[in-house]
Design a protein around this ligand. Structure first.
Ligand SMILES: Nc1nc2c(ncn2[C@@H]2O[C@H](COP(=O)(O)O[C@H]3[C@@H](O)[C@H](n4cnc5c(=O)[nH]c(N)nc54)O[C@@H]3COP(=O)(O)O)[C@@H](O)[C@H]2O)c(=O)[nH]1
Length: 638
């Protein structure tokens, strides 16, 4: 049966026959009882309890409650929100509310004037707002409400201890409040929702206890091993490497013994936070036991693992206060790599553990790889890094200069300053080795500053001695442009040496344009405003879009030497060098051909209209004095 507005109505029917004197039925008395409320209770309860028994996920159970309620009372749009530990509302279900609305209120705080639900959760009692358009409780949320919804009645869902854990709300398309059926529906649903939410909380708690370390909140051994195995499978499918870092704190026992266990616990929490801050989304951090932590880094090779280990050790070594004492934490780190050191997590962990013991024996506060070869490489890199640091600090690098020659008259266009490093034991180290190392270990800024100072000093010296060098070109690295002070410092430097902006060329690479650092573009423009010329180095090898050419204040293009090397073969290389020249010509940029080693190459480039060339054919990069001699010889020869 249905009521006057079409809602389902359940009735119990009792028929009593009326008998005549002979005992024959003549009439019957029918008794119809409205049992809708009891029946609703039964149907709703059975369905929800059935879902709970079948372990249906919380969100699906809440969706079921809303849909059942809406089926019984179609004039209602139901919504269920959870209140999280931070007092914020989290959307669980609202099948007939727009997704955009559910998303907008997800994360909203509860409070004294936070719509119907936030206020109901805050007050711990039902809140009826029969006119959303005017009620002050909705002042901050009215703009979010979907068109057509005019009233909202929300009731808090409480757990068995009386704490508010969620809200159950009815939205209406008229200015109204609940009727008797709605009151009944909510009454039944609140118990069911509380049951489902409490069960979910209990499950989350059990999961937390089973899979997370209670002290630090990090994944424990079981979870870490399971997640690491999954990461290994993904790396296997992608053909990528993975690194396992086993970290053990040095002298932790002494800290525990001398400062007490609460201090030890505080230190472990601090260490966990620091490890997480370094690793972030790059990998997993877990605590095995005591002072043993593990970091798993998917898509990570030996070199990257070295960098992370260095960062972890440096971060841990920053002093922190524990129990009123300033402590510096040293740790020993063992590293194993998938697939070379093991195919599964058990093996990798065991080998990282063995490597960690080697690190401890070899001096604390250090790391070791499981494999000897990797160890060797990492140690070499560390040694090279520390020598380079010394060289930069003590300014024992030098600059060589390579001339760039104008092809129409053989005069000098500029000289390119190139850094050189002679290692006390290893001899000359190539810039292609030490420049990336300086970039990785944060030395490049200092190195570039020195290059700029030395190049300007040398140019001023040449000028004073009447040696005509029109300009000096220096190479800067992408991170140099993160320094907002670079233009100002350069301005001061140029003035100090009596030079102007146009005496300096700064070579940048196409790869730099992929660096999205906010100051890069501004720094480039500020340099151009000083009159410094910007030259796009290795042009044609990197960034595929050319659109940057007219957005950036570039005055020169340097054709990459690989094109010049291929010129003799004709065909594509010839077409490419021609295309680069045409691009330069149409944008009115000076184009310099790099790596010219043969007369034939020079002739071809000259024919194509290249105005300037650089390469071994003219001269290798030379110390300043040797360059002066080279210039003298050319003058004599002509
Ligand atoms: N950020 C900085 N980068 C620098 C600095 N000094 C050098 N570098 C960069 O290192 C890379 C290697 O440089 P280098 O070994 O000095 O090689 C340069 C020339 O020697 C070489 N070259 C020049 N002519 C020829 C030639 O005819 N044949 C041939 N095979 N090589 C030649 O090219 C290098 C100059 O290249 P480029 O800078 O692209 O003009 C190199 O990328 C340097 O940029 C520094 O102080 N800071």
């Amino acid at each position: 049966m249905r009521d006057l507005i079409g809602r389902p109505l359940w009735c119990s029917v009792v028929a009593n026959p009326i008998l005549d004197a002979r005992g024959e039925p003549t009439h019957s008395v029918m008794l119809l009882t409205d049992i809708t409320h009891t029946k609703l209770h039964e149907v709703l309860q059975n369905k929800v309890l059935d879902a709970l028994v079948r372990e249906v996920p919380l969100v699906a159970v809440m969706d079921l409650v809303c849909r059942e309620v809406e089926r019984i009372a179609p004039e209602v749009k139901a919504s269920i929100l959870r209140v999280d530990v931070n007092g914020r509302l989290r959307t669980l279900a609202g099948p007939n509310l727009p997704d955009s609305y559910s998303q907008a209120i997800d994360g909203a705080p509860i409070g004294p004037r936070t719509g119907s639900c936030g206020t109901a959760a805050y007050r711990g009692e039902p809140v009826l707002v029969s006119d959303i358009a005017t009620d002050p409780l909705w002042d901050d949320y009215r703009h979010l409400v979907p068109a057509g919804l005019m009233a909202c009645w929300s009731s808090p869902i409480k757990n068995s201890e009386g704490r508010v854990i969620g809200t159950f709300a009815f939205y209406y398309e008229q200015n109204r409040g609940p009727d008797e059926l709605h009151l009944r529906l909510v009454d039944v649903s609140l118990h069911l929702c509380a049951l489902a939410l409490e069960r979910d909380e209990a499950r989350a708690h059990i999961r937390q206890l089973a899979f997370y370390d209670a002290l630090t909140g990090l994944p424990n051994r079981s979870l870490l091993m399971a997640e690491a195995e999954q990461a290994i499978s993904r790396c296997d499918a992608e053909g990528a490497e993975l690194a396992v870092l086993f970290i053990d704190l040095d002298r932790f026992k002494q800290i525990n013994d001398s400062l007490g266990h609460p201090a030890g616990d505080e230190l472990l929490r601090l260490v966990a936070a620091r490890l997480q801050a370094v690793v972030r989304e790059q990998g997993l951090v877990g605590r095995l036991s005591g002072d043993e932590f593990v970091v798993v880094l998917p898509n990570c090779d030996g070199l990257q693992a070295t960098q992370v280990a260095e960062r972890l050790l440096a971060r841990l070594a920053v002093a922190h206060r524990v129990a009123g004492v300033s402590l510096i934490t040293l740790a020993s780190v063992g590293i194993s790599l998938y697939p070379s050191n093991g195919q599964d997590m058990e093996t990798l962990l065991h080998r990282a553990d063995m490597a960690m013991y080697q690190a401890k024996n070899g001096g604390r506060g250090s790391f070791r790889f499981f494999s000897e070869e990797m160890n060797q490489r990492a140690q070499e890199r560390l040694a090279l890094e520390s020598s380079l640091r010394e060289a930069v600090r003590h300014q024992t690098l030098s600059l060589h200069y390579q001339p760039q020659v104008r092809l129409h008259d053989g005069s000098i266009h500029a000289v390119e300053a190139l850094a050189r490093w002679r290692h006390p034991q290893m001899g000359a180290v190539a810039p292609s080795r030490f420049i990336p190392l300086a970039e990785e270990c944060g030395l490049i800024g200092e190195l570039s500053q020195w290059v700029l100072r030395e190049a300007c000093r040398q140019l001023a010296d040449w000028r004073q001695r009447g040696i005509e060098i029109p300009a000096v070109a220096v190479n800067l690295s992408p991170s140099d442009f993160h320094d907002q002070d670079l233009p100002h410092n350069l301005d001061v430097l140029l003035r100090r040496h009596g030079l102007s902006g146009s005496d300096l060329v700064v070579e940048i690479t196409e790869g730099m344009l992929l660096d999205n650092h906010p100051t890069t573009l501004a720094t480039l423009h500020a340099l151009a405003e000083l009159g410094v010329r910007l030259s796009m180095d290795d042009f044609g090898t990197g960034y595929s879009s050319l659109s940057y050419l007219h957005r950036l204040p570039i005055s020169e293009l340097k054709l990459d030497r690989s094109f010049v090397a291929d010129l003799a073969g004709g065909g594509t290389a010839l077409a490419l060098t021609d295309a680069v020249m045409n691009i330069g010509r149409s944008l009115e940029l000076t184009v310099i051909a790099e790596g010219v080693e043969e007369t034939r190459q020079l002739e071809m480039l000259h024919q194509q209209g290249y105005p300037v060339a650089q390469g071994y054919l003219f001269s290798r990069p030379l110390p300043a004095a040797a360059l002066e001699e080279w210039m003298l010889r050319r003058v004599m020869a002509s």
